[in-house]
Design a protein around this ligand. Structure first.
Ligand SMILES: Cc1cc2nc3c(=O)[nH]c(=O)nc-3n(C[C@H](O)[C@H](O)[C@H](O)COP(=O)(O)OP(=O)(O)OC[C@H]3O[C@@H](n4cnc5c(N)ncnc54)[C@H](O)[C@@H]3O)c2cc1C
Length: 478
């Protein structure tokens, strides 16, 4: 990592999330050691400090307007790899890209990878990220045997799921609000190749999509559906469903079976979005045309297609700065989960989106498996849908407010790492274990040194007296 560049980036800077919607200015520091992390906490003024990795959360979780932000870019060392135990210990600023390039040639892979590998280990723990394998492997935090945390109250701590479950699970998914993560030990998954064997199926409608995923995903480590959110009527919910497994050596073409070639992981640096792509290119017409072409092009059913891991796990990483094609005002990513049994609510939400001609370029449906004990960890068993929506799309705020109500009433929740607009009164309805989390945070940060724009927007995260009452509405309450 370029340390001179990091030093130059210290100082007052305008920061935003990946959706580029609400930038705020903060004093940036780049601590390089546990002592410097402690100093960053001690030096925080009345607006506090928050940790930040690569800024891939979509909203304001890693921003702290008027306060300090501790960016982990200098905590970028892989400290040890224990191949026998399948464990790696890293500093919090190590990115999954860096980790994959280091461990794939050794025959290992992180068990959980989100849709971009340009996230840090600290950010992946703080958001307790999930990947296409959640139904089988759970979240990122499930594979972290220990975390070195610098917490404002008690100071440096090593927290583990067995030894300190409250602190561990409050930090995993805790959105950086329990301390600054210094280091972590991670489990690794053994692989024979850095390729993925993909089976895929084109489904004609939502019922078929849900059925295919429910029936087939238990046979695969990874599964995901790319759903066409502009298709209506009898085609509502039509999708391409993909299932994946790490390819075995004997599944590769004969010429690629040497160990060195089979485990090579060297994705090219991403290409910038071409300069001729007009800012704000994505609108209903372009998205509809793209979706039609993409859906028709996919084979009805394909088995055993071998692709490079980067193509399967991180297709968007191939284009640098793709978030700019939504235009100057940015975009919202909206992701919610609905419990199993709430398929009718899922249908209703998709119908609403379609009726509003809501041009989501990316719409990803996934089935979650069991939840972990993290009070703020997002995944729970059921269906999760993630959508990108341009801010310029008229009526987006009202539409999503209504969708939030449906989600909350059904016992679901939105994902804080993607959120930038949730109404504060819904937070505790969606995260009923929030009081348990607040108690642990109170112990770890009694003077409330850790603050962020997310916390100020959703003050009930830290303070129950700040939770506005939920207006009475017709319909079933959770
Ligand atoms: C294209 C794309 C695809 C994505 N796909 C998925 C997906 O499939 N699944 C999924 O779960 N998420 C997904 N995400 C979201 C992303 O994985 C999370 O937002 C992740 O937390 C980003 O990591 P980061 O290093 O950029 O952290 P940041 O965005 O910088 O920070 C995220 C949170 O982590 C905290 N944090 C960061 N570093 C530290 C630290 N050292 N100590 C304490 N707290 C810290 C911050 O305070 C903040 O609350 C996607 C994002 C993008 C842009």
């Amino acid at each position: 990592m370029d340390r001179d560049r990091d030093r130059a980036s210290e100082g007052r800077r305008l920061l935003s999330g990946w959706g580029r919607t609400a930038p705020t200015a903060a004093a940036v520091r780049c601590p390089e050691s546990r002592t410097e992390l402690e100093q960053a906490l001690a030096a925080a003024g009345p607006r506090g400090v928050i940790g930040r990795g690569l800024g891939r959360s979509y909203g304001d979780a890693a921003q702290n307007g008027g306060g300090d932000v501790a960016v982990s870019s200098r905590l970028d060392r892989i400290l040890s790899v224990n191949l026998e135990a399948g464990l790696v210990t890293v500093e919090a600023g190590v990115s999954l890209d860096q980790l994959m390039r280091a461990v794939a040639p050794l025959g290992y892979w992180p068990p959980v990878s989100p849709g971009t590998r340009h996230v840090t280990v600290g950010g992946a723990i703080a958001s307790d990220v999930h990947g296409k394998g959640h139904h089988r492997d759970g979240t990122f935090g499930t594979h972290v045997p220990s975390i070195d945390l610098v917490a404002p109250g008690p100071g440096p701590l090593t927290i583990t799921p067995e030894g300190s479950p409250d602190e561990f699970w409050a930090t995993t998914g805790g959105m950086g609000l329990t301390g600054l993560i210094h280091r972590a030990t991670l489990e690794l998954l053994p692989i024979e190749t850095s390729s993925v064997r993909v089976d895929s199926e084109r489904t004609p409608d939502l019922d078929a999509t849900l059925r295919v995923m429910s029936e087939r995903d238990r046979d695969y480590r990874y599964s995901v559906a790319w759903i066409d959110c502009l298709a209506r009527g009898s085609a509502l919910g039509r999708s391409i469903v993909e299932f994946g497994e790490h390819a075995r050596l004997d599944e590769l073409p004969a010429g690629r079976r040497s160990r060195a070639r089979a485990l090579r992981f060297a994705p090219r640096d991403s290409l910038p979005a071409p300069p001729w792509v007009p800012s704000g290119l994505l609108n209903r017409a372009t998205v509809a045309a793209f979706n039609e072409l993409w859906y028709r092009k996919a084979p009805a059913r394909r088995e055993g297609h071998i692709v490079a891991a980067a193509q399967f796990f991180h297709p968007l990483d191939a284009v640098d700065g793709w978030n700019r094609i939504y235009g100057r005002r940015g975009f919202l990513q909206y992701q919610f989960v609905l419990p199993d049994g709430e398929e009718a609510t899922l249908r209703k939400i998709i119908e609403e989106l379609v009726n509003h001609r809501c041009a989501s370029f990316l719409a990803v449906l996934k089935r979650f498996g069991p939840a972990n004990p993290g009070p703020l960890s997002f995944p729970r068993p059921g269906w999760t849908l993630a959508l990108d929506l341009p801010v310029s799309f008229s009526g987006v705020a009202r539409l999503l407010d209504e969708t939030d109500e449906l989600v909350a009433t059904a016992g679901g929740r939105v994902y804080l790492a993607k959120d930038s607009r949730l109404r504060p009164e819904l937070l505790e309805v969606m995260y009923p274990e929030l009081p348990r989390w607040r108690k642990v945070r109170e112990r770890l940060d009694p003077d409330r040194r850790l603050q962020s724009d997310l916390l100020r927007r959703l003050p009930a995260l830290a303070d129950p007296t700040q939770a506005p009452a939920r207006p009475a509405r017709a319909g079933r309450q959770p």
